[in-house]
Ligand binder design. Structure first.
Ligand code: Z5A
Length: 211
């Protein structure tokens, strides 16, 4: 059976952690049990160091938006080359907590880097490597942030303004509407309802792939 790369995306508090469990259960139900999990940024020794810098910064120096963008792509290509591609080559399925769509939405939308720059960066660095399917959990930014805040301390990016997250969501929605490999799930609902919709959407996609 061909391996596949499935990515979960969304603003903080959208419920990606629960969604990943639902995706893994849905795969197991159809006999796909060789599964690896990734999260971005991170997942290799270098990418984990970059994760810390991206999320926490350093005391002595402000992280510029451009440095943040380049660190995210540096972490991503390390993860692709050393973890994701080798796993797929062994026939394993990979479930990713975030991937390039996060950069398109947070840095392209939230930080307002141009769509042209984001496309060039993605094409040049990632060399057209893409997920087979992305489940985008769409949530009202205020609700997602409230859930994230209820959980405790906020990182550097989570401290951004509500407008930043509104722009990020807007870009997610635009990109999802243009790409039929991105399935949008309404994550404003009760967690059980979100799980049901994820299971249904993924089952339909798997059936269409003959799995
Ligand atoms: N970032 C970026 O800017 N550009 C990029 O290219 C990449 C990332 C790859 C990664 O931090 C940060 O980097 C992230 C984006 C940025 N920062 N921001 N802002 P992370 O990995 O630490 O954080 P995260 O990816 O945003 O994960 P998260 O905050 O843990 O979000 P989540 O996984 O979606 O949330 P959750 O843990 O599943 O749910 C949060 C809480 O809500 C939890 O208590 C749940 O029980 C609850 N929940 C979830 N769903 C529901 C429903 N439906 N009802 C009620 N309660 C719910």
């Amino acid at each position: 059976m061909k391996s596949c790369y499935i990515v979960i995306e969304g603003l903080e508090g959208a419920g990606k952690t629960t969604a990943i469990k639902t995706v893994a259960e849905t795969l197991t139900n159809v006999g796909i049990t060789e599964i690896d999990f990734t999260r971005e940024p991170g997942g290799t020794p270098l990418a984990e160091k970059l994760r810390k810098l991206i999320k926490c910064g350093i005391a002595e120096e402000k992280v510029t938006d451009k440095a943040e963008l380049l660190m995210l792509y540096a972490a991503r290509i390390q993860l692709i080359e050393y973890v994701i591609k080798p796993a797929l080559a062994k026939g394993r399925t990979v479930i990713g907590d975030r991937h390039d769509l996060s950069s398109q939405a947070y840095q392209g939308g939230g930080r307002e880097f141009s769509a042209e720059l984001m496309q060039v960066l993605s094409n040049t660095i990632l060399d057209n490597f893409r997920p087979d399917i992305t489940l985008y959990l769409d949530i009202e930014p205020a609700l997602g942030l409230q859930r994230a805040r209820d959980r405790g301390k906020l990182d550097r990016i989570e401290k951004e303004s509500l407008d930043f997250f509104k722009r990020t969501r807007q870009r997610y929605l635009e990109l999802a509407s243009e790409d039929n490999t991105i399935i949008t799930i309404n994550a404003n609902q009760l967690i059980e309802e979100v799980q049901k919709n994820i299971h249904q959407a993924l089952s339909n996609w798997l059936a269409a792939q003959g799995k």
